[in-house]
Design a binder for this molecule. Structure first.
Ligand SMILES: *Cc1c(COP(=O)(O)O)cnc(C)c1O
Length: 391
């Protein structure tokens, strides 16, 4: 008989509450080290932090605090709502809204000292008109499209507005920027093509600090750094470029509790669709994490494609059968008894099976898995400094 006193709780810190079924540990020390590495890589250019989509699913407030402590002074978010949240914990920072300027929403930016990334002629004209009306030189970024055809001023728009210098006297163009489509492929000729187009187009506008690179671009070398780099995924430990080992430290670890264990005989099936059938007498653990927690259903195991491994201590435990909404089943046959027991923890993502490993298998990218991590998972922020407070 095992009692709670002699249970071996492994891989999860003592602060985890009894009612937590799945735990996401976010290592702020690793996060800060990643940002510091990017800051070093970017040379004399300023290193910003992209914290859109709730800081890639990891929690905007604690992430922004940690990056601020490390020296980050400029942030990019997608939405106004994210901008207000960032502003409330970061009174002194420059905060850019990548959505740009929403129609008739000028006051929502000005009221919180948020900077729209103006990405079309109408946005630019509206912001200039608003600033003129207010008699205030409010800051904004101007985004140029250099080939991605998503957001940004087209070459013809650049020519038109360049012919109206009074537009640029109305507001403060704090940044001129563009975005790379293929920065994760270091040999892709589109990177240089976009860089040259960026130089051609921005030369037509008044001089302003320039920014072209996301995480991948930051690793493309000095010509891509300009005055400011905008890394996101690499700060969170994800892979920024293909074809070489990822130099970033893992930031997230996802673990779930074992709810039940059972012995399954040869030929018996596990899970929806009965996709897994035991080929040896097996011990199966059902753990409290599923696709509703952010563990992608594409990570299901079948006879043809075994699932990724979780870990109990040093023991790999393969995912068998389909990932369901709330549950995963793992094969713990080879794990010593006292470790594979009810209430103990299985790490399903971390330093051994990384974010990149999982998303490669699932046919997606680290960005998507992070952004889908559910609020339902209990979060623990590790390495928080006293100044950063608790959350
Ligand atoms: C999301 C985003 C970034 C950050 O990209 P990563 O690939 O995560 O480093 C930078 N700039 C813009 C415009 C973005 O939308």
């Amino acid at each position: 008989m095992t009692t709670s006193a002699n249970r071996r709780r492994i891989d999860v810190p003592p602060s985890v509450p009894a009612d937590a079924r799945a735990v996401l540990r976010i290592d702020l020390t690793a996060l800060r080290a990643n940002w510091a590495l990017l800051n070093k890589h970017s040379g004399t250019a300023e290193c910003a932090g992209v914290i859109k989509a709730d800081a890639y699913g990891l929690g905007l407030e604690p992430i922004a605090r940690a990056l601020t402590e490390e020296g980050c002074r400029t942030f990019f978010v997608a939405t106004l709502e994210e901008g207000r949240r960032a502003r409330s914990i970061q009174p002194g920072a420059a905060i850019y809204i990548l959505d740009g300027l929403l129609p008739d929403a000028e006051a929502h930016y000005a009221g919180f000292d948020l900077r729209p990334v103006l990405s079309s002629e109408p946005e630019l004209r509206d912001w200039a008109a608003y600033c003129t009306k207010l008699g205030r030189h409010l800051p904004a970024a101007v985004q140029i499209d250099t080939g991605m055809n998503r957001l940004g001023l087209r070459a013809t728009e650049v020519d038109r507005i360049a012919a109206e210098p009074e537009l640029f006297r109305a507001f403060h163009m704090a940044l001129v920027m563009s975005h790379l489509a293929c920065a994760d492929e270091q040999g892709n000729p589109m990177n240089d093509a976009q860089r040259l187009q960026f130089d051609r187009l921005r030369a037509k506008l008044p001089t302003a600090p320039a920014s072209l690179s996301n995480s991948g671009g930051t690793f493309l070398g000095a010509p891509f750094h300009y005055d400011l780099v905008r890394p996101g995924i690499a700060v969170y430990g994800g892979r920024a470029f293909e074809g070489a080992p990822n130099p970033m430290a893992p930031v997230v670890r996802l673990s779930a509790r074992i709810l039940q264990l059972r012995d399954v005989a040869v030929g018996e099936a596990v899970g929806y669709g009965a996709t897994f059938k035991a080929t040896r007498p097996s011990r199966i653990a059902t753990i409290a994490c599923g696709y509703a927690d952010g563990f992608l259903r594409a990570l299901s195991g079948s006879a043809a494609h075994p699932g990724p491994a979780g870990y109990i201590g040093e023991y790999p435990v393969p995912v068998v059968g389909r990932v369901s909404m709330d549950l995963i089943t793992v094969d713990v046959t080879d794990v010593p008894m006292p470790l594979a027991e009810r209430g103990n923890w299985v790490e399903v993502m971390g330093g051994r099976v990384t974010l990149d490993d999982l998303t490669d298998r699932a046919g997606t990218i680290g960005y998507e898995l992070l952004a889908r991590l559910s609020k339902r998972v209990h979060r623990i922020y590790e390495g928080q400094t006293p100044m950063g407070g608790s959350s």
